[in-house]
Design a binder for this molecule. Structure first.
Ligand SMILES: C[S@@+](CC[C@H](N)C(=O)[O-])C[C@H]1O[C@@H](n2cnc3c(N)ncnc32)[C@H](O)[C@@H]1O
Length: 243
């Protein structure tokens, strides 16, 4: 695939193969380390132990986060941006790391899912948000402020985004909505720029990047998910053939 570089590898290895200071926008949706413990989720309307897969069970999550964030910073351009999604389970740890690496935290974005599944346990508020850190190396970074208005009826775009969860089109358990990635990529890059996703999963970032005429670097450790992503991106039609 032209302008698309996919690695079926551990991102801790694959990131070393990418040129330093070359990526305009990095979107990372890392493992939240929720599986294998006592966390419950809802499956077909019934409570179930959270089990997203072995990839979501990491012994030393602090060390892992430190390593991949450091490697992402190496490949990010000086005016690039790093977008990291998560939930309350890993968000504080990632925020701490961004500070430790001396990054400039531009925004914390709240993604509100108005159609989040109901909570069966009735002992707390219904989780219906995901959180996205947006950071850069300095206060000089590429940000398409005017394009942001297109996502808010011509008005300034706020840091709370209401985007409904969509029906998954692949078997990946944490597939993100394409609208979310479309918005992020338009805000943080221009046509022809390089976009990287070190935890590609089902390839949502790659699909959005290709549709928007960006170069895409995607890394996924799991062979099955890698194949799904590769096929999905390859089947994506580029509307404007600038690249
Ligand atoms: C939260 S999911 C990403 C979902 C993706 N945003 C999507 O829309 O499909 C995290 C993905 O990271 C992969 N992964 C976990 N550890 C990894 C590692 N060390 N290197 C590369 N990929 C990894 C998992 O297999 C999983 O598919």
């Amino acid at each position: 695939m032209k302008n698309c570089f996919l690695y079926n590898k551990d991102c801790l290895q694959a990131l070393d193969k990418i040129e330093e200071n070359s990526i305009q926008l990095i979107f990372a949706d890392p493992p939240y380390n929720l599986s294998g413990g006592k966390s419950l989720t809802t499956k077909s309307g019934k409570p179930a132990v959270c089990d997203k897969g072995s990839w979501d069970q990491i012994d030393d999550i602090d060390k892992f986060n430190y390593e991949w964030v450091e490697k992402c910073i190496r490949v990010m351009k000086d005016d690039g941006t790093l977008w990291i999604s998560g939930t309350l389970h890993n968000h504080p740890n990632i925020g701490y790391l961004l500070k430790k690496f001396n990054l400039w935290i531009i925004n914390d974005i709240i993604w509100f899912k108005n159609n989040a599944p109901p909570l069966l346990s009735r002992n707390r508020l219904v989780p219906s948000t995901e959180l996205i850190w947006l950071a850069s190396k300095s206060k000089k970074y590429l940000f398409n402020y005017e394009i942001g208005k297109n996502f808010n009826e011509g008005k300034q775009l706020r840091n709370m985004w209401q985007i409904s969860s969509t029906r998954h089109i692949t078997k990946h358990p944490t597939e993100k909505p394409i609208n979310l990635l479309d918005r992020i990529i338009q805000l943080g890059s221009n046509e022809g720029d390089s976009v990287l996703d070190p935890f590609m999963g089902s390839g949502t970032t790659g699909v959005a990047a290709k549709m928007l005429n960006r170069k895409f670097y995607g890394i996924e450790i799991d062979k099955e998910y890698f194949n799904i992503a590769e096929k999905r991106i390859s089947n994506t039609i580029v509307q404007n053939l600038l690249l």
